[in-house]
Design a protein around this ligand. Structure first.
Ligand SMILES: Cc1cc2nc3c(=O)[nH]c(=O)nc-3n(C[C@H](O)[C@H](O)[C@H](O)COP(=O)(O)OP(=O)(O)OC[C@H]3O[C@@H](n4cnc5c(N)ncnc54)[C@H](O)[C@@H]3O)c2cc1C
Length: 445
């Protein structure tokens, strides 16, 4: 009988049908140089983290007959899936391609992405009977609940053991070619270990950054992590404009650091947010200025000059409100001390100044809201130290890093989950190539 554990209370049980195996007698316990003790667990593979990548990888491992244990320190698996996409989970993007990802090595993600496409994930979703829709720009969402995706992943990994409320504190070689994983509930042993503990984003939801510690312990390099897909914060003078407009959403275009996005910009009490800001935040570095186009596709100065020729008696604010939402038009007229001015009285240099203010609004963010609200963590395990086809550490056979902890970060729009699935798939296939061990401790003999 395959055994699937989903309750936090049960742990370190024997798993039937050749899954994880508990050491039950002293003879077996002494087979390893690491002296496996009675009551300890060993498996073909231990997956650290029961999030998107970890759960997906567990499914791959089980399907290849590997005795698999997943360790998750939260009380429930897949917490970020649950809250993703406003509760509907934007689970992939049909436009997935390597240029939708940021990394010190932009080519690295291509192999894993080619091995498992958005269409492959959609086929799984369809087989699970989950209804979905395309919202915009290739973004696919569940019609009902994000938790349907988590359930699908849990159903796929039946036969693995999922240990909840079990915090991983470290990993080391066990002296016999396998690995010892230290947890809040003792040690476990495995022939192979997959690190899928995500990045630092949203510590309240369980993010720990332990993947980076494990990577460093094994000599892998780290690309300095930083928050991505995060609202930016602004100095007082910019806030003076943003605050009265809080709640207003306009279409805007921002190009910066190699990224260019045209999407909704939201004024908030703390500054600016909305998809276009989240997207560009991943390309922005502290100290850099941004140029925001608040009327993409419209040459505001040229439009105002044309309006002046046709109906110059209107107020500047009224003329602007034909090009922008009224509240924003008013606020800009006030800011430029033109609230009472008539369009007819404005010479070309003034209209050029208004145009520049709208088509190229220069802003210097003072920071971001940080990991507290960042949807992802940029940077992470340096891809130079990983094999692109398998996500295995080049110099540590049997140790894999997948998902957000790797220095591969997607744009907003379902790309980050697609990376989680694709990287987990790549590692899962490689785990299978190592094959299941016999019913003895890893590394034995
Ligand atoms: C609010 C929000 C909305 C998002 N919406 C979307 C979206 O719609 N589409 C999209 O593509 N992406 C979205 N993302 C990003 C996406 O959630 C992540 O990129 C993805 O979850 C990364 O998967 P992962 O498995 O690598 O990490 P995670 O899903 O973060 O999983 C890591 C797991 O490891 C566990 N863990 C951490 N440390 C330890 C430890 N020491 N011991 C044991 N367990 C540990 C964590 O509790 C967690 O369950 C969103 C993110 C947020 C925060």
């Amino acid at each position: 009988m395959p055994y699937h554990l989903a309750t936090p209370q049960l742990w370190a049980v024997s798993i039937q049908a050749g899954r994880g195996l508990q050491v039950e007698n002293r003879a077996l316990a002494q087979l390893s140089g690491d002296r496996y003790a009675p009551g300890m667990t060993y498996a073909d593979v231990i997956i650290l983290g029961g999030g998107a990548a970890g759960l997906f990888c567990a499914g791959e491992a089980v399907q290849q007959g590997l005795r698999t244990v997943v360790l998750e320190h939260a009380a429930r698996p897949g917490e970020k899936i649950r809250i993703s996409g406003g509760g509907r989970c934007n689970f992939t993007n049909l436009a997935t391609a390597r240029d939708r990802f940021l990394s010190e090595n932009p080519r690295f993600c291509a192999s894993a992405l080619a091995g498992f496409s958005p269409g492959d994930f959609v086929a799984m979703v369809d087989r699970a009977g989950i209804a979905w829709h395309e919202k915009t720009l290739g973004q696919l969402f569940c019609d009902e609940k994000a938790t349907q995706i988590t359930q699908m992943l849990l159903d796929r990994m039946k036969g693995a053991e999922l240990r909840l409320q079990t915090a991983v504190t470290g990993v080391r070689r066990d002296g016999r070619g396998g690995f010892a994983v230290t947890t809040s509930d003792g040690q476990l042993y495995a022939a192979q270990v997959v690190v899928a503990t995500g990045g630092r984003s949203i510590p309240k939801m369980g993010a720990t950054g332990i993947a980076y510690d494990i990577a460093r312990d094994f000599g892998l390099r780290i690309v300095e992590p930083r928050p991505g897909l995060v609202p930016l914060t602004f100095a007082q003078q910019d806030l003076d404009l943003c605050r009265p407009l809080a709640g207003l959403s306009v279409e805007a275009e921002i190009g910066h650091g190699g990224g260019r996005f045209r999407d909704a910009l939201l004024f908030t009490h703390r500054g600016l947010s909305g998809p276009v800001i989240l997207q560009i935040s991943s390309f922005w570095k502290p100290g850099e200025a941004l140029a925001v186009n608040l009327a993409p596709g419209t040459d505001v100065a040229a439009e105002l000059k044309a309006q002046r020729g046709r109906a110059g008696r209107v107020a500047v604010a009224t003329a602007l409100s034909r090009l922008l939402p009224e509240r924003l038009a008013q606020a800009i007229a006030v800011e430029l001390a033109l609230s009472d001015a008539r369009l007819a009285d404005q010479p070309n240099p003034v209209l050029d100044r208004i145009g520049a203010r709208i088509n190229s609004w220069h802003l210097r963010p003072v920071g971001s809201e940080g990991y507290r609200t960042a949807e992802v963590t940029l940077g992470g395990v340096d891809t130079r130290d990983l094999d692109a086809r398998s996500l295995q550490a080049r110099d540590v056979p049997g140790l894999f890093f997948i998902g957000e902890c790797v220095d591969v970060t997607g744009w907003l729009g379902g790309y980050n989950f697609q990376w989680a699935w694709a990287s987990a798939h790549a590692a899962g296939q490689a785990l299978g190539r190592a094959g299941p061990g016999d019913d003895a401790a890893p590394g034995q003999g």
